[in-house]
Design a protein around this ligand. Sequence first.
Ligand SMILES: *Cc1c(COP(=O)(O)O)cnc(C)c1O
Length: 332
Amino acid sequence: MSIGIDEMPRIEIGFFPTPLVEVRRLAAVLGGPRLFMKRDDLTGLALGGNKTRKLEFLLGDALSRGCDTVITGGAAQSNHCRQTAAAAAAVGLECHLALGGEEPPLVNGNLLLDRLFGAVVHWCGEQRKGERIPEIAAGLRALGRRVYIIPYGGSDAVGAMGFVAAVRELKQQLASRNEKIDTVIIPSSSGGTHAGLTVGIDAFDFPAQVIGIGIDKGVSGGGSYESELAVLANRIAGTLGLQANYDADRFRMRYEYLGAGYGVVGDLEREAIRLLARCEGILADPVYTGRALGGMIDMIRGKEFAPGDTVLFWHTGGVPALFEYAGELHAG
Ligand SMILES: *Cc1c(COP(=O)(O)O)cnc(C)c1O
């Protein structure tokens, strides 16, 4: 089926389809529904992650517009920034990153990788969501650069297209194995993954519900996060020329796993990371997938799914941040 997505500028920087695996030992330990995992931690670009899907479209757009420089922003341990730095290197673009915090004494995890990929880091203190991108971009433009701005998390209609396409990929994988899933669980933070999957589910007629696990308390702009998701989904649908009218009610979010806030590891994340590692030999990350997995485990233990259900956990990556959290994760 073509919905125009294949006509959009796109570069190939990942290895797709990512593996779809059944995690039987974890499911047996939890005693709940059948569990699958979509391994976007294995997208192949610079230790992997969900941003690779977005960047295929974002950098495709940047190159088609003749840009020579990209800028984006995030936390000091941003997976999105690390994958952007790698993707920019792979296609010969200069990469600038607006990162929250200050230069740490020891550069580790994603930040170490940003540096290896040659990104220019602009430290932004309290502003960890790319608030200073416009100002830095203006400075670069004044120097004659053709700058492409990638918003926080790569979550605009262009980037989210990667997750519309991901639904087609998953649908084909399931069909070829004669499997069906009922629910997709994702960490949901800047929204591109959640909104893109939702539009993809409608566009490719793939009947599954998406449940987003909240990662970050902060919602910008005063509206609810769900209404931001609806705005983004309507933009994606508009770009594809689809008839759609999303509103906040369409999006299911769970906020009870936020713990002490963004990037703060608690017992929920620690236990989930250990359980997955010990049952399956698979790593989850401290900020996103550890929290979302912890949420899913809690929902399974709370009998929120019927035994006959099949649940898919979308592993969105983030594993390089583990090393920065050694102190909080050390098993003793
Ligand atoms: C960015 C990120 C997410 C969240 O995806 P959004 O599209 O920003 O909601 C989830 N997991 C990991 C590992 C990420 O880096």
